[in-house]
Write a protein that binds this ligand. Structure first.
Ligand code: 8ZB
Length: 479
């Protein structure tokens, strides 16, 4: 295989770049020299905002949002900034762009203008091009990040960074396996190396850009050690290409002790790996409010949103990504979106300055780190020291396995299950190489639930757990 976790040479990058910029006419307007000279005020610089928040121990609040037409998108972002009081702005990219289907975006934009409502589920940044993306940034007072789900985001990265957007979400694993069916990891990892190398180039030329792998993966009962292992790998991939400012993330599971432990374990262990490889990176964290099924009832949705906000602060996250009371229905209105931000902000402010420490949390941190190490050790072993090669081989063999993912490059053999306190454990391991003593710990926790419910551990429990939160409880218990 051609792939290796190795910084791309300028020659290789420039050769691929020519092809990338010719994928759609707007690629012609990308001018690296001009982009580097373009002055971005500090208040619109993602890295500066994150750095300051981490220093002050503040948890920043960021929504998701994106519509098809530029004017409407500006109106939306301004509303979330002024009424919602967001700290950081997103631009959620539409699904056609995520699949590199720009012709369909063109139709979507036209139809959206005709019908005066967005016919795309996000902002088609490539079709709008550098100038229009920059117009969006100039209309707001906060940093903008692209949030999407794109296996091949090379042209997208070129356009948004040239426009001055100072952060990009995604990664070669996390924007492939949960999002695509038949894109190989070799391709998606290489394509994200390009995106990371581009950020590295900007850094070398004096412009800071933040990168954020997508932490929650499928958002469905992902054991923390699986998502932490993936986040650490993508952090290493980014750092190798010269990325200096990285935000690693985790999706709320619902058990407060496990959620706090997972984010702490992630930050500590990622830092250990960065140090071991001698990467100097500035690391921050993001906590995603519950990514699973939501209830339609708005009051109940607010309760989930609020629990997520509180847990994010207690876990010490640098930022929290917000859900809305419309989550069960689809893309939220700007009003519903702002209400989700406001509820989150109120809960975040009430919790500010508080930390939760306990023996239980410490134990969970140790367990999560030990499980994550079992997985990463095998990645390095199968890759003969190279984590990119190791990632491809571990997915091939099911050593790395993401629950409920659509990709044919994912084994899909592991099954998660909640224990009696709602923490997410392994029920079936597939080929994930967790050590004997950790398996015993997992099993012991699940047995407690089995006894409490007077039913033996079974697949039905997994199903019950998937729907539990939207039905009003954390654990899918028998009534
Ligand atoms: C993986 C992320 C899924 C979340 C939200 C979904 C879900 C998707 C938009 C959006 C506001 C959009 N989402 N697209 N939220 N505006 N265009 O991302 O609802 O919560």
């Amino acid at each position: 295989m051609d792939l290796a976790n190795k910084k791309w040479s300028e020659e290789r990058f420039m050769k691929v770049r020519k092809e990338v910029l010719s994928q759609w006419p707007t690629g012609r307007d990308v001018d690296l020299g001009e982009a580097v000279k373009y002055r971005i005020p500090d208040r619109k610089n993602f890295c500066k905002k994150l750095r300051e928040a981490k220093r002050k121990g503040i948890t920043l609040v960021q929504p998701r949002a994106g519509v098809a037409v530029v004017e409407k998108h500006i109106e939306l972002l301004k509303y979330l900034q002024n009424v919602g009081e967001a700290d950081l702005l997103p631009t959620t990219i539409d699904s056609y762009t995520r699949q590199n289907r720009y012709k369909e975006c063109e139709i979507g934009i036209k139809e959206s203008k005709n019908r005066n409502r967005s016919m795309l589920n996000g902002f088609p940044a490539i079709n709008h091009g550098v100038r229009e993306c920059r117009r969006v940034l100039e209309a707001v007072d906060l940093p903008i990040q692209a949030r999407h789900g794109t296996p091949d985001a090379r042209l997208l990265a070129e356009i948004i960074h040239a426009a001055g957007w100072s952060s990009n979400e995604g990664g070669g694993i996390s924007y492939n396996i949960p999002y695509a069916k038949d894109v190989s990891l070799e391709k998606s990892i290489a394509d994200w190396q390009y995106c990371d190398r581009l950020v590295g180039l900007y850094e070398e030329m004096g412009r800071e850009i933040n990168r954020e792998p997508f932490g929650p993966l499928t958002g469905t009962l992902v054991p923390p050690s699986i998502s932490n292992a993936v986040a650490i790998l993508e952090g290493l991939f980014a750092a190798e290409q010269g990325v200096k400012n990285i935000t690693l993330g985790y999706g709320q599971g619902g058990n407060i002790v496990q959620d706090i432990a997972a984010l702490r374990a992630l930050e500590e262990q990622a830092q250990e790996y960065f140090c071991a490889f001698d990467y100097r990176v500035e690391l921050t964290t993001v906590f995603h409010q519950w990514m699973g099924e939501f209830p339609e009832d708005e009051s109940r949705a607010y309760a989930i949103i609020t629990l997520g906000a509180i847990t994010a602060v207690l876990a010490g996250a640098t930022k929290v990504i917000v859900k809305t009371p419309h989550e069960a229905l689809g893309v939220p209105t700007k009003e519903a979106n702002a209400r989700g931000i406001k509820a989150t902000k109120q809960a975040v402010n009430l919790t500010y300055g508080q930390k939760l420490v306990s023996k239980e949390i410490d134990t969970e941190v140790e367990v999560i780190k030990a499980e994550t190490k079992c997985i990463l050790d095998m990645v390095f072993e199968l890759g003969k020291g190279d984590p990119a090669i190791g990632t491809v081989r571990t997915f091939e063999t099911g050593v790395l396995d993401i629950p409920f993912a659509p990709s044919k490059y994912n084994a899909g053999k592991i099954l998660p299950m909640r224990d009696n306190s709602g923490a997410v454990r392994y029920f079936e391991y597939g080929n994930v190489p967790i050590s004997r003593d950790l398996k015993d710990y997992n099993r012991g926790k699940l047995e407690l639930r089995s006894r409490a419910e007077k039913r033996s551990l079974c697949f039905q429990m997994v199903i019950d757990d998937i729907y539990a939160v939207s039905k009003g409880a954390l654990i899918g218990k028998l009534k």
